[in-house]
Write a protein that binds this ligand. Structure first.
Ligand code: PLP
Length: 384
């Protein structure tokens, strides 16, 4: 018998004896994550299978096809990135920016600033135009900026989670085509919940997340790339400067070859398949209408209580409502009260709106009239 090696003593300084995990039941009515659908949770709890198993390969195609439906696109390169929405955001920039490219970011909230920050890290010449937090860009403003700066990419957020504003899309795609510029759209807070027509809008690159309109936990970042963006990626002089998010490599796994790139988070994709299956079963039109009608209930109820909504009615997002905190009310204390006393999460303001608004999310599974009634009742009876 070979003698066992003598191991040095193990340092137990960081060893802890913990009870099995117990998480509280929360109703997540903030900016995300939203509660996951119960059957999505069941799908996540299944035993993993191999990421090259023929059954998994079939599931990959199903997820890709249903993402195309959710986005209304025929883009071949439509995949769930392993990572959250920010990973998919990063993929959209990392694959298409070449050093020195001008990237125009239309900033009207926190996530526009993130896009500008990321684009700079890929050595783009980043130019920003800005609107106050609570407004959207007009086509004329975008036209003027594109004509002036001649960017290779125009990046804009469709559903700004920090402000509750939905950017009107009419004409932006045509404008980008006229100026030979790619259109990149953040759809993190719109996919599955707010009308999106990527191909009709001539969007070249888009990304989203799993944890909002799709009723899945956070962990995947749906990503899609159209032929014009793919052509720019394929013509680049050097490698994509991010190995993990390199779509030229990922395409070998998600395309017809199904060659290993990284070990896919298979259970997250089980959940994603179930979330997309539920969306297709409900139908996009019905899901969009449900989000719209529940948010209208919320808006009317809040206004009936004398509260002021931050976003103008015409630009309001059905997924995320910004409510102005009334003078004299400690907004943070009230959200804390909702969480500790009732297990309900609502969000606070970000950046320019910090301390000024609450952010109420009605996304995916949580967009239900009972949730609206519950919250309105608490605002009515417990707001100091
Ligand atoms: N873009 C928008 C509009 C968002 O709301 C978020 C997150 O809430 C992100 C990007 C980043 O997504 P994630 O937090 O999933 O990385």
């Amino acid at each position: 018998m070979v003698p066992l090696p003598v191991l040095p003593p193990v340092n137990s300084a960081h060893r802890r004896t913990l009870a099995p995990i117990a998480t509280p039941d929360r109703l997540l009515l903030g900016p995300g994550p939203s509660n996951a659908h119960p059957t999505v949770l069941q799908a996540l709890a299944r035993m993993p299978i191999g990421h090259l198993d023929p059954l998994y390969v079939e599931l990959m195609s199903e997820v890709q096809e249903l993402l195309r439906y959710a986005w209304q696109t025929d883009n071949r390169l439509t995949i769930p990135m392993s990572g959250t929405g920010s990973a998919a955001m990063e993929a959209s920039l990392a694959n298409t920016i070449e050093p020195g490219d001008t990237v125009l970011v239309a900033v009207k909230g926190y996530f526009g600033l993130r896009l500008a920050d990321m684009a700079g890290r890929y050595r783009a010449n980043v130019v920003t135009i800005e609107k106050p937090w609570g407004e959207a860009f007009s086509l004329a403003e975008l036209e003027n900026a594109v004509a002036t700066h001649r960017p290779k990419i125009l990046a804009i957020v469709h559903a700004e989670t920090s402000t509750g504003i939905c950017q009107p899309m009419e004409g932006i795609g045509d404008l980008c085509r006229q100026h030979d510029c790619l259109l990149l759209l953040d759809t993190v807070t719109s996919l599955g919940a707010v009308p999106l027509y990527l191909d009709e809008w001539k969007v070249d690159l888009a990304y989203s997340c799993s944890q909002k309109g799709l009723s899945c936990p956070p962990g995947l970042g749906p990503f899609t790339m159209g032929p014009r963006a793919e052509a720019k990626m394929m013509a680049r002089a050097g490698k994509v400067p991010n190995w993990y998010l390199d779509v030229t490599l990922l395409n070998q796994y998600w395309g017809s070859d199904r060659v290993y790139h990284h070990t896919a988070p298979v259970n997250m994709n089980f959940g994603m398949r179930e979330a997309l299956r539920l969306l297709a079963e409900e139908g996009l039109e019905a899901a969009w209408a449900r989000h719209r009608s529940n948010s209208e209930l919320l808006w009317a109820g809040l206004e009936a209580l004398g509260l002021e909504l931050h976003a103008p009615a015409a630009l309001r997002l059905p997924t995320l409502t910004t409510v102005r905190i009334p003078a004299g009310v400690d907004g943070k204390a009230f959200s804390q009260h909702l969480l500790t006393k009732h297990g309900i999460e609502v969000g606070g303001g970000l950046g320019a709106l910090a301390g000024k608004v609450w952010r109420i999310g009605l996304m995916g599974y949580n967009s239900q009239p009972e949730n609206v009634d519950l919250l309105l009742n608490l605002f009515e009876t417990e707001l100091p």
